[in-house]
Structure formats: structure tokens, C-alpha cells
Design a protein around this ligand. Structure first.
Ligand code: DGY
Length: 328
């Protein structure tokens, strides 16, 4: 009698409830579940040995060592994220291991957050809320905490992909008839027409935009793209929002530009590192708002992401086509 060996799966964090129950309900897989928050790399290297499939998060560095340590039986890596800069593509490619990811289902959540950050920065929300809670709200005053409105402004989007486009669609009604949307980088021409967005050179965008929204992928080309030289060219009233990856911005340069009052307001959902230390110099500026990478943090988006990550994993261990596969 032959004993059926179940495929072993490593899950590096706990999924939203419905999806966690789903993955635990499969009795034809052996689930290794790291229940704490972030698995230390040394533990990841221990647990990944001998697995057939891996469900990972943006908090796990899936480098060559992890892929090699897993062993020859590894059939699929499934990340519960749309971004995959934490995964070594060359390591997967060299062994033809497919990589699953979770696009589309988080677009609305992240685009909503982008709008929230633009308005937060524009209307000085953080300062207003702090004043109420710190007892600094003395009297209504015609000149206190004046922000700016988006009417007639130029919005510049770096990376008009799914999320950039979702953000543009949401912001367009705020702009009135004289506002405009310009973009640089990744192009979806047909969709750009939907929001009447005009493609411009990066240099033109950073000089002309009143609001700059970073929504591109982190690649070797975009890493550190926003540096002191770029900050110097921006309007000094500019609102800068980053919903992509912290490393697209050279953070020490951002701190320098802010110290020199070169930027109007900054709102970041992503930083380097994450989490950012409470002592980080970035947090001392009152015109800076930092969120703890919550772009996709809705029950709807995270549940859908987790379910896609499971679907990708199941397809991968069976040797089938992944529903959402990164082109390696
Ligand atoms: C992603 O999916 O890449 C986001 O950054 C986290 O949801």
C-alpha cells in the first residue's frame, strides 16, 4: 500500500479570518503556519526546507537563499501582494518556479487611501486633529491652519497603472474645469484618455504639478528616483504623496528638502524602513503625515488578496496555470 504524501505549504503570517479558515480546511495539504507577526529570516530558512509551496507577504525577503534552501520540490511562490520587489525574480526564473501575486482586488482600497492622503496633506488634517487632542484649539480664526483646495490644480501621477488610474478617476471631480492630470512612467493609453490625462516627461511633471502622487512599482529604475535634485525642481507648495514603496524616495534627501522648507506637505503610506522608528527625523515635521502601510488594509481587499494567494498556491502545487501569475 502506498502512502500518499501531502504537499507541504508554508504560510508566513495569519490571513484574514475567512481565508485563514479556508486554508486550514484543506485536509490534502500539510500546512506550516507561522502565527507571529513577521517570521525572522533565520526561521524562514528553517521552515521553508522541503516545502512544495510558499505563501509569503511583503515583509518576507524571498531571496535566492530562501529559494535554494526550500529545495528542488518547491513548485510555487505566492505572495499576498500586488508588489513583488521582495521576491528575487532571477532566483525563481532560473528554476522556472511561478510567482503568484494579487493585482486588481486592492486597487480601490489603495486608490481611496491615495485620495485620503492628498486631502490630509492639502487640508492639514494631522495638524488640525493634533490641535484638538492636545488642547491647542483656542478659537476659530480666519488665518489658522489654512490649507489649499484642489480646484484648478495640476495633479501629477508617477505610474498610471491600475492604482494610479483609480486615483486619477477619484481625484478628477475635485479639480474643476481648469484642473488637469498629467502622468509619467507606466502608460495605459486607453485608460489615460478616460481621465483626460496627458503624458509628460518626468522632469516636466515634477516642475508643473501641484500634487505629485507616486504610484509606480519599485524597480532598479525607480529606486531613489525622488532625490534632492528632484525636490529642488518641484514647486515649493507641492503636495507629495507616496502610496507605492518607500524606496522610490531617497528619504535622507526628503528630510533635507523638508528642513529647507522646499515642499508644501508630504503624506506617505510607505517609508524606509517599515516600521519607521518614532525617532525618525521625518516625523518631526508638522507638514508630514505618515501612515503605517495601510493602502490595501480593508477587510474586502485583504480577504480577496488572501483568497487569490491561496488560489495561486493551489494551482501551483498541482502544476496548473496560476490565476494571477507574474511574467518572469
Ligand atoms: C502590495 O500589495 O504590494 C501592497 O503594498 C500591500 O498591500
Amino acid at each position: 500500500m502506498s502512502v500518499q504524501i501531502k504537499p507541504r505549504i508554508l504560510l508566513t503570517q495569519t490571513l484574514p479570518e475567512v481565508a485563514q479558515k479556508r486554508i486550514e480546511s484543506f485536509d490534502d495539504i500539510e500546512l506550516i503556519h507561522w502565527k507571529d507577526n513577521v517570521i525572522p529570516h533565520s526561521e524562514l530558512l528553517k521552515l521553508v526546507k522541503g516545502v512544495d509551496g510558499l505563501i509569503c507577504m511583503i515583509t518576507n525577503k524571498i531571496d535566492e537563499e530562501v529559494i535554494e534552501t526550500a529545495g528542488d520540490q518547491l513548485k510555487v511562490v505566492s505572495t499576498m501582494s500586488v508588489g513583488y520587489d521582495h521576491v528575487s525574480i532571477p532566483a525563481l526564473k532560473s528554476r522556472s518556479i511561478p510567482l503568484g501575486y494579487t493585482p486588481d482586488v486592492l486597487t480601490d482600497a489603495v486608490a481611496d487611501l491615495a485620495v485620503l492622503l492628498v486631502l490630509t496633506a492639502a487640508r492639514r488634517l494631522r495638524e488640525g486633529i493634533s490641535a484638538v487632542y492636545n488642547g491647542d484649539w483656542k478659537v476659530w480664526c480666519p488665518t489658522w491652519l489654512l490649507g489649499c483646495q484642489l480646484t484648478d490644480k495640476t495633479i501629477g501621477i508617477i505610474g498610471l497603472g491600475r492604482i494610479g488610474l483609480g486615483t486619477a478617476k477619484r481625484l478628477k471631480p475635485f479639480l474643476g474645469s481648469n484642473g488637469r492630470i498629467i502622468y509619467a512612467g507606466r502608460t495605459m493609453k486607453k485608460e489615460a484618455e478616460e481621465v483626460d490625462a496627458k503624458k509628460v516627461e518626468f522632469d516636466v511633471l515634477i516642475k508643473e504639478a501641484d500634487v505629485v502622487i507616486i504610484s509606480c512599482s519599485l524597480t532598479e529604475e525607480t529606486r531613489g528616483m525622488f532625490d534632492y535634485g528632484v525636490f529642488k525642481k518641484m514647486k515649493n507648495s507641492v503636495i507629495l504623496v507616496n502610496i507605492a514603496r518607500g524606496s522610490v524616495i531617497n528619504q535622507p534627501d526628503l528630510v533635507r528638502a523638508l528642513s529647507e522648507n522646499r515642499l508644501g506637505a508630504v503624506a506617505l503610506d510607505v517609508t524606509t524602513p517599515e516600521p519607521l522608528s518614532p525617532d525618525d527625523p521625518l516625523l518631526k515635521f508638522k507638514n508630514v503625515t505618515v501612515m503605517p502601510h495601510l493602502g490595501s488594509a480593508t477587510v474586502e481587499a485583504r480577504t480577496a488578496m488572501a483568497n487569490i494567494a491561496i488560489d495561486n498556491l493551489l494551482a501551483g502545487i498541482k502544476g496548473e496555470k496560476l490565476p494571477y501569475r507574474v511574467e518572469l
